[in-house]
Write a protein that binds this ligand. Sequence first.
Ligand SMILES: Nc1ncnc2c1ncn2[C@@H]1O[C@H](COP(=O)(O)OP(=O)(O)OP(=O)(O)O)[C@@H](O)[C@H]1O
Length: 417
Amino acid sequence: MIHFNDDLLATLLAGLPKPLPDRIGIAVSGGGDSVALLHMASRALAETGCTVLAATVDHGLRPEAAAEATQVAELAASLGIEHSILNWQGWDRQGNLQDQARRARYRLLSGWAQAQDIPVLLTGHTADDQAETVLMRLARSSGVSGLSGMPAMRDLGGVTLLRPLLGVSRKDLRCYLRRQELSWAEDPSNDDTRFDRIKARQALEVLAPLGITGSVLTDVARNMAQAREALERYAEFTAQIALETDMGDVLVDAEVFAGLPEEIRRRLLIGAVCWVSGEEYPPRRAAIDEAMGAIAAGMGATLSGCRILLQKGSIRICRELSAVENVVSPAGEVWDARWRVFGPDSANAVIRPLGEAGLALCPDWRATGRPHAALIASPSVWIDDSLVSAPLAGFDNGWALSLILDEEALFNAFLSH
Ligand SMILES: Nc1ncnc2c1ncn2[C@@H]1O[C@H](COP(=O)(O)OP(=O)(O)OP(=O)(O)O)[C@@H](O)[C@H]1O
């Protein structure tokens, strides 16, 4: 019994950064995996000088959720761990609830970690979660990145998210819980076969005689993660050669691009559109492939709020007017999460996209060398219906603008951290 527990604690410690940070946060849902993680962390980190803190998100979606969060608080208190309950009230009763709740959960947890000065946050994802993820991604025809499953480490808004139990089975964690006489909450959705994850869990039982087991799928994920790393480095290396930024747009060297393997072209395109649009998630595979086909055929395309324009010798990726048409902010404030515009008289002035009508008021726009499609989506200053300034279109009128996007981020994004 001692060996079993010691092995688990050693596995946990092996998955943590060295040297240990001063503070580590644990995301505890109240389910078995994260309750075990909380208990293991309190044991493994005792007397290391690293303070453990915990948080539970109450999504307010199930009547039992508040009681479950309180139970976690009690367990944390019994272990001498400071615990916070983070409430989510943001569901607008539209769209995909699971997806919104998940995004909100990560947002709340990273906000909590930042406010508490916690650099590293742990979640209780297990080897079973990983196997189910790989199986679900097979069903989505995922490529190398998707089939590499969940990374053991990723950045979450400046906080490092770690999944130190990805190599540990749910069964072993249940065994740990029972031996420690710990109780946990069973999520009722675990039996709900409307969810793909639950279907995947059941499918794994059927696939076992074929040798497609949870541990085989986690091996596949590990192999794919190595292949992914190689592709990421190739893409990052190529990006340094083939990409440059131009006032919020990305220019891709068309000749270099055309000579690259399709997988690397796809990665460059995703990196460029995500940087320009500020989108966290890549576009759908079908949309990317359609845009790649259009580029290969010598045509422009739109993708994820961006225009892709073919120019002499380069491919320009710029903002698409329809994606920012209704984006308006007071002068001096950030516009489109990308620009800040400064000027002599900011009172009553607003920033909005220049648009066709605005561009018609900028007689010198052609001299800027920027394409029409890029300029109509560029920031401009208006007071009521009068155009005051359009700096990128050659009409600054005493105003200046600065790009708040980090140009290095374009290149760094090719590597998962
Ligand atoms: N309500 C919650 N409060 C705090 N942490 C949570 C909560 N729900 C999930 N977690 C954390 O996330 C881990 C995984 O849980 P679950 O698989 O339900 O979450 P998920 O965020 O949907 O996972 P994925 O990242 O695969 O989508 C848990 O072990 C726990 O660490």
